[in-house]
Design a protein. Structure first.
Length: 89
């Protein structure tokens, strides 16, 4: 089996990661689409502050962590290509 080049691998893994993120957003909610036959709850005032253990900003943190991992890899790859080009001259 032929090995993929480094840029192809990076692009492939990035596309797989992005598609998995979109799939989890699309299919991960699990909320019913129709109203069930239960009595209506009384209205309560919603709190705006996040509680301990809430998942309000989990997608933002996932993106930040992913960038922390991917940016050094891409930076190393760019510097490696420059060094290789200078050696080939």
């Amino acid at each position: 089996m032929k090995k993929l080049s480094s840029p192809t691998r990076i692009i492939l893994f990035a596309l797989i990661g992005i598609s998995l993120a979109f799939m989890s957003v699309a299919f991960g909610s699990g909320t019913p689409t129709t109203q069930t036959a239960t009595p209506t709850a009384t209205l309560t005032k919603a709190e705006l502050a996040s509680e301990v253990g809430s998942t309000d900003a989990i997608m933002a943190w996932a993106i930040i962590i992913t960038l922390i991992i991917i940016i050094p890899i891409i930076w190393h790859w760019i510097l490696w290509n420059r060094k290789e080009k200078q050696q080939n001259k």
